[in-house]
Design a protein around this ligand. Sequence first.
Ligand code: AHR
Length: 330
Amino acid sequence: MLKRISALILAGATALTMAGCSSGDDGSTSAGGSSGGDDKLVMGFAQVGAESGWRTANTKDIQESAKTAGVELKFSDAQQKQENQIKAIRSYIQQKVDVIAFSPVVESGWDTVLKEAQNAKIPVILTDRAVDSKDTSLYKTFLGSDFVEEGKKAGQWLVDQYKDSKDDVNIVQLEGTTGSAPANDRKSGFQEIISADPKFKVIASQSGDFTRAKGKEVMEAFLKSNPDIDVLYAHNDDMGLGAIEAIEGAGKVPGKDIKIITVDAVHDGMQALADGKINYIVECSPLLGTQLMDLAKKVVKGEQVPQRVVTEETTFTQEQAKEALPNRKY
Ligand code: AHR
């Protein structure tokens, strides 16, 4: 474990005298739950869950990047529950990992557990989603997308599409997990752009929890109570894909009768875009693993890292999706 080895060199001590370390029969040392390989950095990663294609791609990328970078990864899946993530973080603190990384299910309610990590001198890296803690010293850096910008891009495409129309544009919105950074920010970014013209009307907005099943269920309800839906804005591809099933089930043509904008650009979403069932996708990259491992190595060594690292992303029209699909990694 890198941090502990550095500590040993600094203190001029031996491994046997270091608190929390033990010496095995073969002379190898391990500390606080590290499963050997004493020069390996140990990362505890508390993942949100497996709610979407994006999340599956993100998990795979983090696991593969850890292997490539020689990082020992302790991984937990919180099943979209904050209390599970808090438990996982506490367990990583007990195991004395070198660094904790997590993608917070929701934005609020992290100060206590982050303080516990800080008191245990374990650096924390936020990946993908932000927390709303006022005390930014509770984490070393935040690596991930600019979700407000993603919402703005979605809104701008809509404004451009309807620039010559005088009629009202009735929009329904499938929000991500309530209280999560991407749901809050994608909603506010979108709203900021469309509110410049009163013809854009969000006639219904509800959480579909970032899942396909919930996206379908909520869209079915939207269709029942709103006969004149022009546009669906879904905060991720999976909810959009579920909604497509609901739209087809109601005898309408997705992409034509109802225009659809989503966020993520995972394979299934891109396929639906290329097939004309989605009209526009704002990309949100799940490939955060390599940057995360680099940042982790730096913070464990005590090097300065930027407080915020924003992921580079693009947007896709139907034509662009057809071109990009064959080389898409996820
Ligand atoms: O936090 C990123 C979001 O979480 C993705 O857009 C969504 O698909 C996922 O579940």
